[in-house]
Design a protein around this ligand. Sequence first.
Ligand SMILES: [Zn+2]
Length: 486
Amino acid sequence: MMMPRTALLIVSLCWMSAVSAQQAVALKSEAWSFIEARADVFAAANRTIWSAAEGSLQEVESSRALQALLADSGFEVEAGVAGMPTAFVASFGSGRPVIGFLAEYDALPGVSQAAVPTPNIGPNPEAGHACGHSVFGVGSTAAALAVKELIAAGKLEGTVKLYGTPAEETGIGKIYMLRAGYFKGDDVILSWHASDKTQASYGSTKAIVNVKFKFAGVAAHASAAPFGGRSALDAVELMNTGVNFMREHVKQDARIHYVITDGGGQPNVVPPVAEVWYYIRANDFNDVVDYFAWVKQIAEGAAQMTQTRLTQVEVQSEMHELFPIRTLAQTVHQNLTFVGPPQWDAAEKQFARATQAAFGSPQGRSYENPIALHAAVEPLPEQLSEPRASTDQGDISWFVPTGGLRVAAFGYGLPIHSWPVVAATGTSIGTKALLVAGKTLAATAVDLYTDPALLASVRADWQQTRGDAPWKTLIPEGQMAPTQVR
Ligand SMILES: [Zn+2]
């Protein structure tokens, strides 16, 4: 006679669990105490990375700050991996399971901001942590250090890794690390992100290609001899116009955006070279492949129209949609519920409220909200939401189950990639967020190390969700990571 499925599951859970639920709770408390006791160290590390505010592939000081924390604690650190000086892998322990944490630490150009609640140039006038990656990197590192302590004490068995992944904003770091063979042998990879809410992650992301188009024309005096010149900038403008007409005939979920990275020197010289940088996104990587082919045809057409040449189509990177794993999301949610949301004090709420008031007024839209800072754990979403952004974690999810959470780190309702995010993550608001994230990630890892049945069901869920579609790439074979993004 067949045993009912649930009974079978309970029997197998009891049989396979390496430690009791009570012992797991004790290990989690130990990890939480470890993180709490070092709150000042993590706050200082966040301030270092936040102040440096280094852009994609320039994260020298930020990468070094995280590596130092890990190396000082006994991790073996391999720096400059996959041809990127600011990428690294830190490992501790041996054998399985192998649980990895992702750290990001790149800032965004054009959003310099001090840790004050009104617009104000920050320590790096060029860039700021408007995506909260300074807290991201430190929160994940806190989790890795706490897990390492438990492994070192013989209380957990296996390997812990912290991946230092640069250039997330341009989708470069993890892709080239993946191409170099990293991540693939791990059992589970965990991460988190700053947000205006606290919630376990359960959703996909958009696939994307990050590509530059370069045109060559002929320079000439723009007034005295325009007939002798051919403008590469004209080709860029006509290409953009063509793509803007293409928009009518792509699926609703597509997103296409560009910036002109080279539009010529000065107006009296017909621009002999010009370059435009595109992000082409869709929910399905196969659609990205189709749209990219169409955009290339438009670029070729623009070159013909202007008697210029399309000299280069450079795929800098690409990202795939992420496979969300329900079982893992539930485990993260349970642990997040135990840890609880950040507890804000009056000054922090006042700070966030001031950013809500200051951000809205220039555009005529108010971001003022009865909630200054989100102070609850949101329920785990029942349904997958519409993917909005992209992450290079998506590609890892094609090879390893991934999961994580987001934690409130700035004023409620405010958009990411804005100055209020930089402002708040540079204060104790950011510190509290990274502590909650670090504790939740460490606790989730404890479950995965100590409960083989849970790990098996996470991997089975991933196998089923992922299916067997091959991972294809638009990046030419053998291409190394770019050394700069612009
Ligand atoms: Zn981000």
